[in-house]
Design a protein around this ligand. Sequence first.
Ligand code: AQP
Length: 334
Amino acid sequence: MADRPIIFSGIQPTGRKHLGIFIGAIRQYVEGQDRGEPAIYCVVDLHSISVPYEPADLRERVLDTAAILLAAGLDPERCVFFRQSDVRQHSELTWLLSAVTSHGDLDRMTQFKEKTGSARELASAALFYYPVLMAADVLAYRATEVPVGDDQRQHVELMREIARRFNGRFGAEGEDTLVVPELVVPAVGARIMDLQEPERKMSTTGGTEQGTVLVLDDEKTIRKKVGSAVTDSGREVRAAADKPGVTNLIDILAVARGVGRPEIEAEFADAGYGDFKKAVADGVVELLGPVRERYAELRPDEAALEATLEAGAAKARAIAEPVLEDVRRVMGFG
Ligand code: AQP
């Protein structure tokens, strides 16, 4: 393994990025820029076709997402930042990895079951196959670390298994072609919950409107959503399994302040839920306010966003193509 990690992570193109994604993923991306050699981040537009979508809308959403990430602190000089569909190696490797992925592997993926429910037969093949594309995204760069939220654990475990199987099946003179990456989830905030239904994760598609704080929400909306967050009938600010609402708010404030749960519990030991929620709202406003302001500056300049993504794609292709050359060779192609 390299001295410094090769970091890879992908993010779906949507302008409706929420606080869970900001805390679970985007925050880690920004931090990874100075640790990764390189840190590679990608707007995964190929993944979008796994659910119904509008082509014209997709292009807009890629730019929305790019602007949010740049506003949050991604610096194209310190990372590789691009659009997935601009780098064909992702699609090619997806097909090649099919050789070592079984139907049973994909059938076990809980996210597919959760997303399709009883409408399984109508789901696109792309939704079923999504984890193989995700494996290709990471393995094409021989990434050593994958920073994601807790909900992606199972997909990362599968990509690790696919890499091991590939190396076992196509190992050339004992040399591994692919790298088995490590999952990296944040110590606090790996699973931010819906503010109205704190038993479910905050989510773009499955959450409540009022319980989902968007990165681009204005201050008033943030205060309203946090102020109406579900807590419990007690008054103790303490993280516990039977206090999911309060625990979630503690985690959010801990991340916003850059401290751990114990510091928050100690500070609010004698406070009521009202004061505590006010502090959480202040923390979220401070965390997201600058991102919203910067987004408003960056988003209108679509030519600049496109140029940034294209420059990133050129860097990404230069890393992925030699890996694909090795994969093709050991598999007996070309
Ligand atoms: N609630 C969350 N808490 C912590 N991390 C989260 N992530 C998502 N939700 C939470 C992490 O954010 C990363 C990128 O997510 P994405 O933009 O690709 O969207 P997603 O995973 O599809 O999240 P959604 O949009 O909220 O999911 P749906 O609507 O499908 O439920 C990932 O690393 C994810 O772990």
